[in-house]
Ligand binder design. Structure first.
Ligand code: SF4
Length: 181
């Protein structure tokens, strides 16, 4: 999707042509264009959940924690057990640990374990990705180089507004060297 999906909408195609951009690929997602959240998660889940709710009167159990209750929606077919039981995010993690689910130790390293290639994550999380998962960091560099070659240095082509992954690599390497002195 990031590189190959053809643009379908007339307006999007016209905009791409006007900007001299390729007619395929969404490029990097950003704060205002989070195509990945919609296309790869929420639209797919909603479609199936809505079908089950309608056809089988199913209930939808959602793991929103008590300390993020503002995200709950007012829908009689939704259930929020963690909110109901007043279990916070931190408590839920401890309960998982006590039952033997440790997520391969990811939460010992990272603040959040979502997409490793997310451009919206904090710089500090990316620093940790480089240290603890160098194979993913190498893939991220490849993706960003490909995106910049394809879309240029604008929002579609550059990983973060002020940072390409190559520049982050230079920064982290510099920090590492300074730390070793
Ligand atoms: S975590 Fe980041 S990359 Fe993953 S779906 Fe959400 S916004 Fe997109």
């Amino acid at each position: 999707m990031m590189f190959d999906i053809p643009q379908q909408k007339k307006r999007a195609i016209e905009r791409r042509i006007a900007m001299g951009q390729p007619l395929t690929g969404y490029g990097w997602p950003g704060m205002t264009v989070r195509w990945c959240t919609g296309q790869l998660k929420t639209h797919l889940i909603s479609k199936e959940v809505n079908r089950l709710k309608k056809e089988q009167n199913a209930l939808h159990y959602i793991g929103i924690a008590a300390d993020e209750a503002h995200r709950c929606k007012d829908d009689p077919q939704n259930r929020y057990p963690l909110v109901e039981w007043k279990i916070t995010e931190a408590q839920a993690l401890q309960i998982c640990y006590s039952r033997g689910f440790d997520f391969g130790g990811l939460y010992e390293i990272y603040r959040r374990a979502s997409c490793w290639c997310c451009p919206l994550q904090r710089i500090d999380e990316l620093r940790k990705l480089r240290t603890h998962h160098p194979e993913l960091w190498a893939r991220l560099r490849e993706m960003d180089n490909r995106a910049r070659a394809m879309f240029g240095p604008g929002p579609l082509g550059q990983f973060k507004k002020d940072w390409s992954v190559e520049r982050l690599e230079e920064r982290f390497a510099r920090e590492e060297k300074a730390g070793r002195k």
